[in-house]
Design a protein around this ligand. Structure first.
Ligand code: ADP
Ligand code: MG
Length: 344
């Protein structure tokens, strides 16, 4: 199996801030890589470089066998990219937006129209096809954005936080759609802040922190490595904190951590662990409050992998995401960012 995406030593600096720090990635053809990381980790920068919108300062990358810098123009015709924020035209209807993208990809008037109707149908937007986008809900915008990235039937698809801000139902619907595409053989690089999303969609996950890949594996491998579920409790005083840590140590799948009155023990056995923890605490005579079993949050994944929590620096990038990278896109946010970047 060959690799649809290969990145080696990708580095990108903004002033004295290093957004990407020698990032390495490979994504085998026909698989999904979940790029998981908190705000500011470098996910969007990675997507922008791989979709030719931004040039790396160092390193190299190929997508579908084409170099992201040297072959940028040819590459743009072979990829789809769906942004964190839809950069479609609000005054045009859903159908008009998709047709416009088809024209930008030189599909021709008739083919663009057919393709637009196919995609509107597929994304359950037929009823809204002739309404301007400004009346669309958040979920509908995500769907039209994703539809736009598929107009040219790209073999490689980049989805930058496709479900951020969606309600659970819209998120589940979008997951189904993405899973469908993948079963049709599309290679997908998906960025997300949700462990659950990576778990659901990705064959492999790469965890990004401060512009570097700090861990890769399947979602299951990562969960095993970070201990999966954890027992959390509050202890009434310093003595009780220490006693609780000692009592839970035999049960824990990794180091038991205390933060003030709060104690966290990674455990492997899920529901059984809670009963065992209560038994151990009781046997040790430790009185505690609020004992519970919790699934790992992204912060806990990071704490476990890096020893620090996922700090989320303000992101100046927010609000001007590239969404639909079409060859020769004449205007809009993506086009503007592109020109600025390449003018340097
Ligand atoms: N155009 C830019 N100018 C200055 N700093 C940027 C720019 N784009 C991104 N950054 C910075 O680079 C880092 C990575 O950003 P980004 O790739 O957007 O992260 P993510 O998508 O994971 O939230 C952040 O610290 C962000 O503030
Ligand atoms: Mg981002």
């Amino acid at each position: 199996m060959s690799d649809a995406i290969v990145a080696e030593g990708l580095t990108k600096r903004y002033g004295d801030h290093t957004a990407l720090d020698e990032l390495d990635l490979t994504v085998p053809e026909g698989t999904v890589l979940g790029l998981l990381g908190p705000n500011g980790a470098g996910k969007t920068t990675t997507v922008r470089i791989l979709t030719t919108l931004v040039r790396p300062d160092a390193g190299r990358a190929t997508v579908a066998g084409l170099d992201v810098v040297a072959d940028a123009r040819a590459l743009r015709a072979r990829i789809g990219v769906s942004g964190q924020y839809a950069a479609v035209d609000d005054d045009l209807t859903g159908a008009e937006n998709l047709e416009m993208i088809g024209r930008l990809y030189h599909l021709g008037r008739r083919r663009s129209r057919t393709r637009a109707r196919e995609l509107l149908e597929r994304f359950d937007l037929t009823a809204a096809a002739d309404r301007p986008l400004k009346g669309y809900s958040g979920g509908m915008r995500r769907r039209i954005d994703l539809a736009g990235s598929l107009v040219a039937e790209p073999p490689v698809l980049f989805l930058d936080e496709p479900t951020t801000g969606l309600d659970p139902r819209a998120r589940a619907a979008l997951w189904d759609t993405i899973a469908d595409l993948v079963s049709g053989g599309t290679t997908v690089l998906l960025t997300t802040q949700y462990m659950e999303e990576a778990d659901r969609l990705a064959d492999r996950v790469a965890v990004l922190d401060h512009g570097r890949v700090i861990e890769t594996g399947t979602a299951d491998e990562l969960k095993d490595r970070i201990g999966g579920d954890r027992i959390e409790l509050t202890a009434p005083g310093p003595g009780a904190v220490e006693a609780a840590c000692r009592a839970l140590a035999p049960l824990a799948s990794g180091p038991v951590r205390a933060d003030g009155a709060h104690v966290m023990a990674p455990v492997a056995e899920g529901a059984d662990s809670l009963a065992r923890a209560l038994g151990l605490l009781d046997a040790a005579g430790v009185a505690v409050r609020d004992v519970g079993l919790r699934r790992p949050t992204l912060d806990e994944v990071f704490l476990s992998l890096t020893g620090h929590t996922a700090d989320a620096p303000p992101n100046p990038d927010d609000g001007r995401e590239p969404a639909l990278a079409a060859p020769g896109r004449p205007s809009g946010r993506a086009g503007r960012a592109d020109r600025e970047e390449h003018a340097r």
